[in-house]
Design a protein around this ligand. Structure first.
Ligand SMILES: Cc1cc2nc3c(=O)[nH]c(=O)nc-3n(C[C@H](O)[C@H](O)[C@H](O)COP(=O)(O)OP(=O)(O)OC[C@H]3O[C@@H](n4cnc5c(N)ncnc54)[C@H](O)[C@@H]3O)c2cc1C
Length: 476
């Protein structure tokens, strides 16, 4: 069992790099890019932790993972105990270790980062969760005795799954209703295999199943069953709406109807969930990217996932078209680096104004306008301003629009008394996630708008606490 190094020794160790597959090799298949820390790397990195008396990283984590205690256990070689400690606050550690924007959360708050590189908390988290999964020794907590209360969860993304995980432990009967044919939300249909292997999500879902959570797929709440029917006819005592923000936004420019123009949602769903990249085994069609010019419009994680998928589908040129500069891009820094290493071409300060097609109605090009940055707008980022007379034509065969998503209106429009805001998101009390309808709670992207996996999980946990209290007291 190792011990912590003296404080002065800790800062002499450089941050350990995440091992990753060669950029040019990985750009042609969907295997995972990062290969993860081994025991030696994990312990060496853990030794860099300053063991702060008041660890800022914990405050920086939206679900308050006890980072320092996890790191202590890694140094002691107690990896399964470290995994159990992680799970006290985070039901999907192998997922968040891979996809959380740590640079703005736990690692952004790390004191070590003031003078040196911050502790690689995400990489350590991933190591611990993978160790637990690979040894097959996940010690699942035992649920409390049945309470006889029933909770329906609408949507199986990170918000729904984390709420289910907490409520099942309290002894309630939990059913997750999912519109799609598989469980996992964006973790499954949005984030590609090369960043988040699907068997990881499926293992976590199976663990919830082993703990007693019931899953019903292909059930569209608002169509197959309404929220009122869940409460009044099917005997559910509470409902948590966690339907995400999956409604694609379009640009409303000429030519958007042409064949070869996709929303990111459709493109990624075909590729990830329907496995269009594996044409030998799956029938899902996706307009061919092979040897073609493919442009993804946007600068967030979705755009990076789209463009890196297009490369892996064989694109000759894969472009990011973004109307601001790289400094304003909302995508995780690691995703931008990976995309560049793999050969993605970044056309920042460019904005499409028209899609051009041929006589058969298929996309052949995009008219782009050059932009420059003006004064900051409401988001605090510098506003992109068109440069007059700068338009030009870029030959393009496939375009994927990744400029954001909105709230899917189905549950809201079929649930009377549940208030929405002017953008169509559900109104929920910040502290309790109660909606304006008795017995109905809501959280994750359907309340906050598109955010992050860990914030959605945090919302799921808050909802679980409030639902448990409501079921115990009946007080609304
Ligand atoms: C391509 C992409 C990449 C991303 N990358 C990252 C990343 O790297 N890091 C990060 O932190 N965040 C990332 N995000 C954001 C993150 O995935 C979301 O913030 C998070 O998934 C939201 O969780 P949620 O549970 O609220 O909703 P979702 O994950 O959207 O899940 C909602 C679920 O509800 C289901 N549903 C919807 N309507 C109904 C209905 N009427 N009846 C039944 N079921 C319904 C949907 O099918 C879906 O399965 C990414 C998002 C996308 C789209």
């Amino acid at each position: 069992m190792a011990e912590r190094l003296p404080p002065k020794e800790r800062t002499k160790i450089p941050r350990q790099a995440m091992p990753e597959r060669d950029a040019l090799e990985r750009a042609h298949n969907f295997c995972e890019v990062n290969s993860g820390f081994d025991l030696a790397l994990a312990e060496k990195e853990a030794q860099r932790c300053l063991a702060c008396a008041d660890p800022k990283c914990v405050h920086g984590c939206p679900v308050g993972v006890k980072v320092r205690e996890v790191v202590d256990l890694v140094i002691e070689g107690e990896y399964l105990k470290a995994a159990a400690k992680l799970r006290e606050d985070n039901v999907l550690p192998a997922v968040t270790g891979r996809v959380c924007p740590q640079e703005t959360q736990c690692e952004g708050a790390c004191i070590l980062g003031k003078r040196f590189a911050p502790l690689a908390i995400g990489h350590i988290e991933r190591f611990v969760a993978d160790y637990e999964r690979q040894t097959g020794e996940a010690g699942l907590p035992t649920p409390a005795p049945p309470t006889g209360k029933k909770v329906a969860i609408v949507g199986s993304g990170p918000a729904g799954l984390s709420c289910a995980g907490d409520l099942i432990l309290k002894g309630h009967h939990v059913t997750v209703f999912e519109a799609l044919h598989e469980i996992g939300g964006v973790l499954l249909y949005g984030i590609p295999e090369f960043r988040l292997p699907k068997d990881i999500v499926q293992t976590e879902v199976a663990n919830l199943g082993r703990m007693g959570v019931e899953f019903q797929t292909n059930v569209v709440i608002g169509k197959t069953i309404t929220v009122d029917e869940l409460l009044n006819e099917m005997g559910y005592d509470a409902v948590f709406v966690a339907t995400g923000a999956g409604l694609p936004k379009f640009m409303n420019i000429p030519g958007e109807h042409l064949g070869g123009v996709y929303s990111a949602n459709e493109f990624l769903t075909r590729v990830n969930l329907m496995k269009a990249y594996d044409a030998d085994h799956y029938d899902s069609p996706v307009y061919s990217c092979a040897n073609r010019n493919v442009a993804i419009i946007g600068g967030g994680n979705t755009a990076m996932d789209g463009v890196r998928s297009a490369l892996r589908l064989g694109a000759k040129n894969a472009y990011i078209i973004y109307r601001r500069s790289e400094a304003e891009m909302p995508a995780r820094v690691e995703e931008v680096h990976h995309a560049k290493d793999e050969g993605v071409q970044f056309m920042t300060l460019h904005n499409p104004v028209e899609f051009i097609g041929n006589d058969e109605g298929f996309l052949t090009g995009m008219r782009l306008q050059k932009m420059e940055l003006g004064a900051p707008d409401d988001s605090g980022r510098r506003r992109p301003v068109p440069m007059p007379g700068s338009e030009f034509l870029l030959p393009i065969d496939v375009a994927v629009i990744a400029i954001g998503t909105g709230a899917n209106p189905l549950v809201q429009s079929t649930t009377p008394d549940m208030q929405t805001n002017k953008w169509g998101y559900i109104v929920a009390d910040e502290a309790t996630l109660r909606t304006t309808k008795r017995g109905v709670f809501a959280g994750g992207d359907i309340v906050s708008g598109s955010a992050t996996v860990i914030l959605a999980m945090g919302a799921g946990r808050t909802a679980a606490r409030s639902i448990h209290e409501f079921l115990n007291t009946g007080v609304w």
